[in-house]
Design a protein around this ligand. Structure first.
Ligand code: SF4
Length: 158
């Protein structure tokens, strides 16, 4: 069986984004993975119990706060844990995650000031998956993701 790929559900067009929208990506890699039935769609914020639509949130240090000042850290951590449990149950080896999200962001997130200022860092779920050894890419890195998966698949055929 080919290894699975966990994907931020909003990248597949699911209406789970904080504002009720989506971030649908039309890309050959996602089409190929869907055809191969290797996609595992997941929205950690929904899984963590947050409603859609919901107030935007950003990380501030170890905490995650909404623009209204509500502490939603527990929901974000719960969503990250459920993402990891799902990934393990489905033999996920790689994740394609929405860039800059406080849950899914890879390498860059917003700084907590709600001013669109980016800093180096990982979303709560991205960090949890990485710590468990799952390789993460954002939708801005789909070429690299495709190359990494091709090498992984080839190694499995040896
Ligand atoms: Fe998309 Fe992740 Fe935000 Fe859910 S938590 S809407 S999957 S970026």
């Amino acid at each position: 069986m080919q290894a699975k790929v966990l994907v931020s559900a909003c990248l597949l067009g699911e209406l789970v984004r904080y504002d009720g929208g989506h971030n649908l990506q039309q890309h050959p890699l996602l089409a190929q993975l869907r055809e191969q039935q290797r996609l595992v769609p997941f929205c950690p914020e929904c899984a963590g119990g947050l409603q859609t639509p919901r107030p935007p949130a950003e990380q501030q240090g170890e905490r995650v706060l909404t623009i209204n000042g509500d502490d939603v850290t527990a929901a974000f951590q719960s969503g990250a844990e459920l993402a990891l449990q799902t990934a393990k149950a489905q033999s996920v080896v790689m994740a394609i995650l929405k860039a800059r999200s406080p849950s899914c962001g890879v390498a860059q997130i917003y700084d907590g000031s709600f001013s669109k200022t980016l800093i180096d860092g990982e979303g709560v779920t991205a960090a949890r998956l990485q710590a468990a050894g799952i390789v993460t890419f954002s939708e801005l890195q789909l070429l690299q993701a495709s190359q990494w998966l091709a090498v992984y698949d080839a190694s499995c055929e040896l």
